[in-house]
Write a new protein. Sequence first.
Length: 286
Amino acid sequence: MSELIPIFLDASSYILILVLVALGLMIVFGMMGVINMAHGELFMIGAYVMVLTQDMGLPFLVGIVLAPLVVAFFGLLIETALIRHIYHRPLDTILATWGLSIALKQLVVLLFGPESHSVPLPVDGSLDVGTFSYPVYRLILMLTSILLIGGTFWLFLRTKFGLMARAVIARPATAAALGIDTRRMYRWSFVIGTALAGLAGALVAPIISVDPQMGLGYLVPGFLSILVGGAGPLAGVLAGGAVIGGVNNLLAVWISPVAALITVYVIAILIIRLKPEGLLGGRRAK
């Protein structure tokens, strides 16, 4: 039993980070119709902000604060210069953001080099209970992710901003007729989605290798989580993240990473084929 608990905690940690990344995708893709292929690179930038703050000798918490702010600023620039012109044109968003992702990768390579970087653990210790031992930072990471996911759900489901955002997403013309600034709601929803990606990158930087290709490892599972869970309700990302993240992490430990990846794709294909709207999804209103 003491051997199984760390495995399931590792899986839970991965699922929570994946859900945090996928939440940003859900806001931008599932709720706004924008397929942001650069979301993984925004996650990567958040991790590199943490690398930079650590190289400068700044406290870890400074990196946690700066990462979402810096990535949110990038998100604001991207939305203003690019995304605002191609809302509701999925194919155009794929091409535009794919090109943007390549540009961001090359920018990081020019600034930091192609080699990987590491971030020291802010809390170097383990929780020991009998024969059970588990890194404290991973437990902190899980708790922080739960709070952030809960805060995002609260923002979009329990606040005036969230009510207006959902109104704009469901019926933009009606929302505009009622006096809601739809342009402003789209902009800040996009910025919030990118900030979540940056924060997730900063949080996960101490436990993974930070390199220019790291974003892809979370972008594809993030999209699969949305498609499996459903691109309508926010809760769909929880179901999708649990299925994709859980299967991928557990099978990678018990069998092999290749078998885990194949199984994840097969499960995703079956669910999308049998239930196109996702496990919890409904069809988007037009």
